[in-house]
Design a binder for this molecule. Sequence first.
Ligand code: TYD
Length: 212
Amino acid sequence: MADAKFLTFEGLDGSGKSTHLRRAAEWLRARGDEVLVTHEPGGTPLGNAIRGLFLDARWGRMDGKVEALLVFASRRQHLLELVEPTLDSGVHVLCDRFTDSSLAYQGGGRGLGADWILELDGLATCGRRPDATLLFDLQPEAAMQRGQKNDRKGGDGPDRLDVEGLSFYRAVRDTYLDLVAAEPGRFRVVDSEGEREETWRQVEVVLEDLFR
Ligand code: TYD
């Protein structure tokens, strides 16, 4: 079916995107739509193995190009094995992070720039873009504070990117905002600074518009 949509959720770690992605999936299911929830890096058995390598704090700082090669290997497998077949079967796909994360984290945060990432993207995905992307925007200071709170609640301890400093996350956010400016038709910016319900109300408005 042609009307299955590919939506991606982007933002800094701690922006609340993953919580709202799950809620968006419930919102769609409540209106009778079928939805697949997935994430990157990962989403397939091979992708999850790559994700483990990518996030493992034991390696310390990885070169940005090594990072990009890993996430694009995961992404290609994800598209071939899961995302495209699911869309072809008429099921919406809601994906936590996609190529915009590589542009923001490796292109911006690691300073690789867009050209190298876009070249790799052309090889790995033929420049595949989602139908729409929700960007959960907030100041890096606030995102980092929320991230630290989440760590205190338990979990596996900090991953390899959790230890990056403010200047890294500022560069990531600035790159996200540049992407929005370059492609305003695809991006929907959600202000994530407020309470969870305030953020959700904005997400609902976006969903109502996309699935009218
Ligand atoms: P994850 O635990 O999923 O964090 P989050 O809940 O914030 O998504 O870890 C994913 C990390 O990988 C996150 O710090 C962003 C990073 N990442 C990249 O650097 N490049 C990429 O292309 C992708 C998909 C993720």
